[in-house]
Write a new protein. Structure first.
Length: 113
């Protein structure tokens, strides 16, 4: 049996959220396999966009909705998650500050493709 070598450090979601400079600014927390974990604050309306890959939204605090083109919006509360399928135009919208954990491909562009 081989030994496991610890090469990473723990990341604090609340501490990282506290460093966010404003709405829609992201901070990377970790990389795992082919994905990156990021946090961001949502407040107001983000522009409509799409990605060539899936994007997972996990609501950490507050509430927000993800508006989807030609589909009903999805409202997320703390602890709830939703995956926007690749190619679907969407935008997160929050009337008051909310925080989100994003799991996506490292090359995912924030404003879409």
């Amino acid at each position: 049996m081989s030994e496991v070598t610890e090469t990473s450090t723990a990341a604090s979601i609340p501490a990282t959220i506290a460093t966010l400079p404003g709405p829609f600014q992201q901070r990377e927390l970790a990389r795992v396999n082919e994905s990156v974990v990021r946090v961001a604050m949502i407040e107001g309306e983000f522009p409509w966009h799409h990605h060539d890959e899936d994007e997972l939204f996990l609501c950490w605090s507050g509430t927000f909705r993800i508006e989807l083109e030609d589909r009903p919006a999805v409202v997320l509360a703390p602890g709830e998650l939703f995956t926007v399928p690749r190619g679907v135009r969407h935008r997160p919208v929050a009337p008051a500050p909310a925080h989100v954990v994003l799991i996506e491909h490292p090359d995912t562009k924030q404003y879409g493709n």
